[in-house]
Write a protein that binds this ligand. Structure first.
Ligand SMILES: [Zn+2]
Length: 276
């Protein structure tokens, strides 16, 4: 048998915070270790009791009944719990008969899977809400730029003027494409904020259509931001690099907008990975 699960792993397990790989290996161990199963069950009950106040996770009534039933079974001989001493749930161990262990393990796995699924759903929900907020924000800022009588903060068609203007103003750097698709011009840029993060807003024209391209530092997991989106004839599209999140918005033809977005993406790759 492999080593017992650490308290950290048990805690993460009960929180549904293990990766799929970690969960698989923990499950494998639990399937053959009554001691860790008791500990995991104890942690899980403790956490769900704590979480109930915050309504974060409520075990279904059938699960509670099942656990009550198991806990009521007579005491019998459990194998020794190894040399782990910290936070030993001796009471929980003592109350679970050895015969009940397999059933307890099954119930535990079901309850942990529920937590795991619930966490994944919450994560997806959060990502989708973040995406909606981002789209709304870039849309509003672009419309404000179109309507604004104020000139851009830096007005230049020269990328060698626009890029250095941001130095010291934003906590990241980016590249501007050397060659632009036909009929595309750079107008200038603004320093702005998206979600309270300093953001570079580059303003281009595709023919007569204005384009705003927002660049900001990539935060955490930008993985699930499924752009493009469309709203009132405006198109929103974007991409992430290892350190940047880029979103473009315009009422221009989406194919032309995609060309410009792709040129900007190429420019980020070009400098950072010169071998490719
Ligand atoms: Zn174990």
């Amino acid at each position: 048998m492999t080593d017992h699960l650490s308290d950290g792993i048990l805690s993460a397990l009960a929180d549904g915070e293990l990766t799929a790989d970690q969960l698989a290996s923990a499950n494998k161990h639990l399937a053959e270790c009554p001691s860790c199963t008791s500990s995991a069950l104890y942690q899980s009950l403790l956490k769900s009791a704590t979480a109930r106040a915050g309504h974060r996770y409520t075990p279904p009534p059938q699960l509670r009944e099942r656990l009550a039933l198991l806990a009521a079974q007579p005491n019998s001989q459990l194998p020794p719990r190894g040399n782990r001493t910290a936070v030993s749930p001796s009471r929980a161990v003592g109350r679970f008969g050895y015969l009940g262990w397999a059933a307890a393990a099954a119930v535990l796995l079901v309850s942990l899977s529920l937590v795991f699924i619930q966490r994944a759903a919450q994560k997806a929900e959060r990502a989708s809400a973040e995406r909606a907020a981002l789209v709304t924000e870039v849309f509003d800022q672009h419309v404000a730029t179109l309507a604004d009588s104020q000139p851009l903060q830096v007005i230049s068609t020269d990328r060698h003027t626009v890029k250095p203007w941001f130095q010291g103003k934003i906590p990241f750097s980016f590249n501007l494409p050397q060659g632009l698709p036909s009929d595309v011009t750079l107008d200038g840029a603004n320093l702005t904020y998206l979600g309270n993060q300093p953001t570079a807003q580059l303003v281009y024209n595709i023919g007569k259509h204005r384009v705003s391209v927002f660049l900001r530092q990539r935060s955490g997991s930008a993985e699930a931001r499924e752009l493009p989106a469309e709203s009132s004839g405006f198109h929103v599209m974007g991409f992430s690099t290892s350190d940047l999140e880029v979103v473009a918005v315009s009422d221009a033809d989406p194919v032309r907008l995609a060309e410009l977005t792709s040129a900007i993406r190429q420019a980020q790759m070009g400098d950072r990975q010169p071998t490719q």
